[in-house]
Design a protein around this ligand. Structure first.
Ligand code: UD1
Length: 416
């Protein structure tokens, strides 16, 4: 199993290019199933989840030309309407093939995802929404088996805001008969990026980015070219890493307009931030001030940035409360941070972090994707050497993270 060895205490300095967004790339790759024509995607990030999704699509019969940076997907000859357990268990986003397969081919068999490190993460909203659109759904041997001659438009109100739930139903509705209205829909920028790609393919969608999305079904979709949006979570992760180390970095090829909640918290922590075009510069001259956080659906503070800010709070001045409202078990990084000397108490879905002047390097273990990013940030500030074990989680969703951090001056190397 691969590990990262980090010598802490170096301030990050320099410029880093932000990659395409994982959480936009994955649903958009699934959108290729909706058409028999070529879908050309650029700015695809080079990471394991994108490779896994490409592999899943290939298994179904989709022709995928290349996966690094950009690729062409052609779903003219799909012959297997199934996402097997092996794929779905390693990457929950595989559930996103359900809506497109059902809408275009009238059938899909997708493994139930089961539990994961950050909580139970059910898919009942995806299933209920497709049923409202006329699908027959049976759960058999751990698989969702869905059939429908042709889906029909429906009014669907989510009782919990779900990002992939919104995306799955939006894709399904593009080929349904009539109008589908999604209420209490996710407003995440990745939903908007998917909608833009679908519109380029000929879909009739309005309201993406608001909590009510309306989709008028069309008979078929055609090919398109689409550039995947920048990754706001990767952007936030590098900014927090720079702030925690007292550094000064510039992100290029990113977008500040989708990072408001994160930039506000970094300013509150004491960082100076300058935004220009698609660049963000962060300069941190002093020890950070602890910042309270409460995760919530976009545009509020993202759960995918909670762990990284926890690392920042561990070495900040003062104490902070971190409330996680999206996932019930998303504090797995806390025990590992404590091994570095962090002072954190947990009470239900709230962590109380008392900032301390320094952390001490130790061996720690990554438990999920964003927890891994948190541990890397902690390693960058800790005195001495930190070994982060099980970094396959990190490789799922960050493109060349140690190369990018090294270029900013970090002392970090991969141990194979
Ligand atoms: C997506 C993101 C993930 C992010 C999360 C929340 C992708 C590929 N992943 O995950 O990085 O952390 O949004 O911003 O985009 N829920 C239900 N029933 C459902 C679906 C969800 O109860 O059918 C609950 C979940 O348990 C959770 C909440 O809704 O408590 C939000 O989850 P959701 O937005 O669906 O997360 P994902 O789309 O899986």
């Amino acid at each position: 199993m691969q590990k990262l060895a980090i010598q802490g205490g170096v301030r990050l300095n320099g410029e880093v290019r932000i990659s395409g967004a994982k959480n936009a790339a994955l649903p958009i790759m699934c959108a290729s199933l909706l058409s028999a024509d070529d879908l050309h995607l650029s700015n695809l990030p080079d990471m394991h989840d994108v490779e896994t999704m490409a592999q899943l699509l290939r298994q179904m019969g989709v022709q995928v030309t290349a996966v690094v940076q950009g690729a062409t997907f052609n779903a003219a000859r799909v012959d297997k309407l199934e996402a097997p357990y092996d794929m779905v268990k390693t990457m929950r986003a595989a559930i996103l093939v359900l809506g497109p397969l059902l809408a275009r081919f009238g059938e899909a068999r997708v493994s139930l995802p089961g539990g994961c490190a950050i909580g139970s993460r059910p898919v009942d909203l995806h299933i209920r929404g497709l049923q409202a659109m006329g699908a027959e759904i049976h759960i058999e041997h751990g698989y969702i088996h869905a059939t429908a001659k042709r889906l029909r438009g429906a009014r669907i109100c989510f009782d919990v805001v779900s990002v992939t739930g919104t995306e799955n139903l939006m894709m399904a509705a593009t080929l349904a008969d009539g109008v589908t209205t999604l209420e209490n829909a996710a407003r995440e920028p990745e939903v908007v990026d998917l909608a833009n790609c679908l519109i380029a393919m000929g879909a009739n969608i309005s309201g993406a980015g608001s909590d009510t999305i309306s989709i008028r079904g069309v008979a078929s979709l055609h090919g398109a070219n689409h550039r995947v949006m920048p990754d706001r979570i990767e952007s936030g992760t590098f900014l927090v890493a720079a702030a925690a180390t007292g550094g000064c970095i510039t992100l290029s090829e990113t977008r500040a307009d989708i990072l408001d909640a994160v930039l506000d918290k970094l300013r509150e922590a004491g960082a100076r931030i300058v935004v220009a075009d698609n660049h963000i510069t962060l300069d941190m001259h002093r020890r950070p001030t602890a910042v309270n956080l409460r995760t919530a659906p976009y545009p509020a503070f993202p759960t995918d940035m909670q762990a990284q800010f926890m690392a920042l709070n561990t070495i900040a001045e003062g104490s902070a409360m971190v409330v996680e409202t999206i996932f019930e078990n998303r504090f797995m990084h806390v025990q590992e941070l404590r091994r570095l000397g962090a002072q954190i108490a947990i009470e239900g879905n709230t962590a109380i972090v008392k900032g301390c002047p320094l952390l001490e390097g130790a061996t720690i273990m990554a438990t999920d994707l964003r927890a891994s990013a948190c541990l890397v940030i902690a390693g960058l500030v800790a005195q001495g050497e930190t070994i982060v074990d099980r970094i396959y989680h990190l490789d799922r969703g960050y493109e060349h993270i140690e190369a990018k951090l090294s270029a900013l001056g970090a002392q970090i190397r991969r141990i194979k």
